[in-house]
Ligand binder design. Structure first.
Ligand code: T46
Length: 114
């Protein structure tokens, strides 16, 4: 019969401005390695497995394994993140702002100064 998962915008913690998805990321490639000034988002492993390492400005570090298509991980603004993907993974991101390079902090030392 199969399943259906739904994200209704009224139940999300922010107004949705963008949805993007990534796939076919090689297993030896690490993505992320940055934080955002304003972007909040929810990551979903629609297929496969994604390992997400996060660090907040207060130094709190966490590791999350996303491998269930009905689970989303909320990532707040000013959160350093690094992700690794299984070969078959498809990542959907529900984002609070449109793409803007000026919203990125790509230097870890710069993030730690905040
Ligand atoms: C995060 C993870 C999960 C665009 O042109 N438009 C977009 O909406 C995005 C997201 C990216 N791009 C361009 C900008 C770069 O030239 O695609 C290239 C890679 O982007 P980025 O470095 O953002 O890719 P990831 O996969 O490292 O990170 C992205 C999000 O930025 C990040 O917040 O959590 O996906």
């Amino acid at each position: 019969m199969g399943y259906i998962s739904v994200a209704e915008h009224e139940k999300l913690p922010f107004q949705v401005k963008r949805i993007y998805w990534t796939y076919f990321t090689p297993e030896d490639v690490t993505r992320g390695g940055h934080a955002h000034y304003d972007l909040e988002q929810i990551l979903v492993a629609v297929a496969g497995k994604i390992v997400v390492e996060t660090e907040l400005l207060n130094g709190d570090k966490n590791n999350f394994v996303l491998d269930k298509p009905y689970v989303g991980l909320y990532i707040p603004k000013m959160c350093w993140r690094v992700m690794q993907y299984s070969h078959n993974s498809v990542q959907m991101c529900i984002a609070s702002i449109v793409y803007s390079e000026s919203d990125y902090i790509r230097e870890y030392s710069e993030f730690k100064k905040r």
